[in-house]
Design a protein around this ligand. Structure first.
Ligand SMILES: [Zn+2]
Length: 348
């Protein structure tokens, strides 16, 4: 009876129903090609649609018991635990994500070289995209888009906040080309928080001709008022973090379809969106980090509940017109499921 009522409400959507033989266990809405007409991503955003990304990929890989490398983080899971990576993508699709992110955040050549695996970079990136494509084939139709991730991350044990040493620029170019060759639909530039590194990432991503979403990471200055680019390593480097608005102004001539705030604390996201709205006129995205990171296990504690997180996102949609939402570190499929319900309720 419940199923019938839901199908009446959304007749064009496909549902995935999991049952334990008698009672209903899960009832998932899956995007179908009906959800994703031929119009391009650009047109859909211009029409005011709100699109749903996945949640934290590395968080979910770790939650499934996969060890993260001290330099390459979740990047090696594609090689060592492909079944878990595949399952993470499938879970996000079943939760309602329309865009899933391949596990390529930390697999640029300059990161892999820290463990002498630079020569495996192309293979790992191809395989990571293939796992996302396989998840789409298994759990959805053509409706789900696949994003390749490019990040600012240096090898994690580096004292640098972002990767700028050596042949990083050519490494980003190689990664961007690997992603486009593997068949991603778009690229997300993640944790952009300076000018030099972010400039290299965005230029390489934009050069592919694919849609590029720019994810800035920000935090409040000590005065509790100004917004700065995110710093998280307690290193000897005492240079000030960038003024956030000035940084956006320097980077926006490089292009990008959408820009927003990601891997930023939930409470810092709204002030950062407010600044970004003043400096960026295109579509906005937001997916925050939630909870307290416990090292060296890379676990997250005190994570916002899916309902709390969805309520924050609802505010960002309402107050800043954010159109691309999802979750970052600390979030999982339950958060995305709550966001799916939120977006569906906005549609009605
Ligand atoms: Zn994150």
């Amino acid at each position: 009876m419940v199923i019938w009522q839901e199908l009446q409400r959304y007749p064009k959507h496909r549902y995935f129903v999991e049952s334990d033989g008698g009672s209903l266990v899960h009832f998932w809405r899956i995007p179908t090609t009906d959800d994703w007409p031929m119009s391009s991503l650009t047109e859909r955003l211009q029409q005011g649609e709100v699109l749903l990304l996945d949640g934290g990929v590395s968080t979910e890989i770790r939650r499934r018991g996969v060890a993260l490398d001290k330099n390459v983080w979740s990047g090696l899971a594609t090689k060592t635990n492909p079944d878990e990576v595949l399952a993470v993508h499938e879970d996000y699709i079943r939760a309602g994500a329309q865009i899933i992110t391949a596990n390529t955040y930390s697999t640029a050549r300059h990161v892999l070289e820290s463990i002498n695996l630079g020569h495996e970079s192309k293979m790992l990136n191809l395989k990571s995209v293939q796992l996302a494509q396989q998840a789409r084939d298994n759990a959805a139709g053509e409706a789900v888009l696949i994003a390749g991730s490019m990040s600012s991350m240096p090898p994690l044990t580096s004292h640098r906040e972002v990767a700028i040493d050596g042949h990083v620029e050519s490494s980003y170019q190689e990664l961007a080309e690997s992603l486009v060759n593997a068949g991603v639909d778009l690229i997300i530039a993640e944790m952009m928080r300076d000018v030099e590194n972010a400039g290299m990432v965005i230029r390489a991503a934009v050069s592919t001709g694919l849609p590029v979403m720019i994810g800035f990471s920000a935090m409040m200055a000590d005065n509790g008022v100004d917004v700065r680019s995110l710093r998280w390593k307690n290193t000897d480097d005492t240079t000030d973090a960038h003024d956030f608005g000035e940084m956006v102004d320097e980077l926006k001539p490089l292009g990008g379809l959408a820009a927003g705030i990601m891997h930023t604390r939930v409470e810092d996201t709204a002030p950062a969106l407010k600044v970004l709205r003043e400096h960026w006129s295109g579509p906005l995205l937001a997916y925050a980090e939630t909870g307290k990171l416990i090292l060296p296990d890379w676990r997250y504690e005190e994570v916002s509940s899916p309902q709390q997180y969805a309520a924050e996102i609802e505010g960002w949609i309402r107050d800043y017109g954010v159109q691309i939402v999802g979750g970052c570190c600390g979030t999982g499929p339950e958060h995305i499921r709550a966001l799916r319900q939120l977006i569906d309720s906005l549609d009605r």
